[in-house]
Design a protein around this ligand. Structure first.
Ligand SMILES: [Zn+2]
Length: 333
């Protein structure tokens, strides 16, 4: 272990041992953990996914044990409404973003076994379809199709986003670089370019097996009360840009309507894609829901604005050991 790693490990151990989960009087505080996908390391989907998006089922099962041991597990909606019994330990709520199919396949059985509650924030118009988000489409294009489409202006544009045109890097690395560069561009431009590239590469998205949950899976999970559904818009539009007013309304208010129609229960919580929001988006969210999550890292106190809840992102690389998990959950490192 080098000096730097030693210092980091010592700080982590200190944070884990003296962390907030041990502070007296922190029973009304809340940590919200943010997950995306739960995938086994040998699943082909794991190899393509960005590291920041995934936790393996083995690691997730351990997280659940540690949550049970060191925190007071609550439904996020119960903390927001104040309908929870504060314990000696801080409250902890589990959240999943987007509504990935693996949440049902791999996370739900573990939540059931541990009897721990969670909230899944659904991108309503993706549920029950074989649509994928644009980062997944970039990964697929680079893995299979981009060479077939090369020579086109769009292919040159995509590879041009990667330093050195991505030469010498493996597919996942090239995809990661392209995704980071694309995040600064408007959603509409990304969509249009990727659709043209897919058409040129002969990648028919209709043939693709679904990556998102379907409504039966959503219904099965919501049915036993262990998993509650929140809204994460209809199409994962970033809500800080100049969306036409009717589209903004559809993403925020319309998504609640879709989820209510499909599940019979109106969602009370919202989650902003990338945490992005403008004043009008905030106004619509406040008039439709009882609380909203951001991606800013930190804890929540009784005085925290319920429409600006902080979360702590969990992914495999940073949460395999108990000390790494607790120090991250404590927001220390
Ligand atoms: Zn998202």
């Amino acid at each position: 272990m080098g000096a730097k790693q030693f210092i980091k490990a010592s700080l982590q151990a200190g944070a884990a041992l003296a962390g907030r989960h041990r502070w007296p009087g922190s029973g009304r505080h809340l940590v919200v953990l943010m997950y995306h996908r739960i995938l086994p390391a040998d699943d082909p989907r794991y190899a393509l996914e960005q590291p920041g998006m995934v936790v393996t089922p083995e690691t997730f099962a351990r997280h659940l044990e540690w949550i049970r041991r060191h925190f007071n597990p609550v439904h996020l909606a119960d903390w927001v409404s104040g309908r929870f019994t504060p314990g000696k330990r801080p409250a902890c709520a589990i959240s999943f973003d987007d509504g990935w199919r693996d949440n049902y396949e791999h996370a739900y059985p573990l939540l059931q076994r541990a009897d721990l509650p969670a909230t899944i924030f659904l991108v309503a118009d993706f549920i029950g379809t074989n649509r994928d988000f644009w980062p997944g489409r970039v990964q697929r294009l680079l893995a299979h199709g981009l060479d077939a489409a090369s020579g086109s202006e769009d292919a040159a544009w995509l590879t041009g986003l990667m330093p050195g045109n991505g030469e010498g890097a493996d597919v996942r690395e090239r995809a990661d670089r392209a995704i980071e560069a694309l995040k600064t561009l408007p959603d509409g431009e990304i969509e249009a370019r990727l659709s043209r590239l897919e058409a040129a590469a002969g990648l028919d998205t209709a043939d693709q097996s679904p990556v998102m949950l379907d409504w039966e899976q959503v219904g099965a999970m919501a049915g036993d009360g262990l998993v509650q559904m929140g809204s994460h818009t209809r199409n994962h539009r970033r809500l800080d840009t100049d969306l036409p007013p009717e589209e903004l309304e559809s993403e925020i208010v319309g998504s609640a309507r879709v989820i209510q129609e499909r599940t019979g229960t109106a969602p009370t919580l919202f989650c902003y894609p990338n945490g992005d929001r403008n004043a009008e988006a905030e106004r619509l969210v406040r008039s439709t829901y009882r609380g909203a999550c951001l991606v800013s890292r930190g804890w929540n106190r009784p005085g925290t604005d319920p429409f600006a809840l902080n979360r702590i992102g969990m992914h495999e690389d940073v949460s395999r050991s108990r000390i790494a998990f607790l120090s991250r959950a404590n927001g220390a490192l």
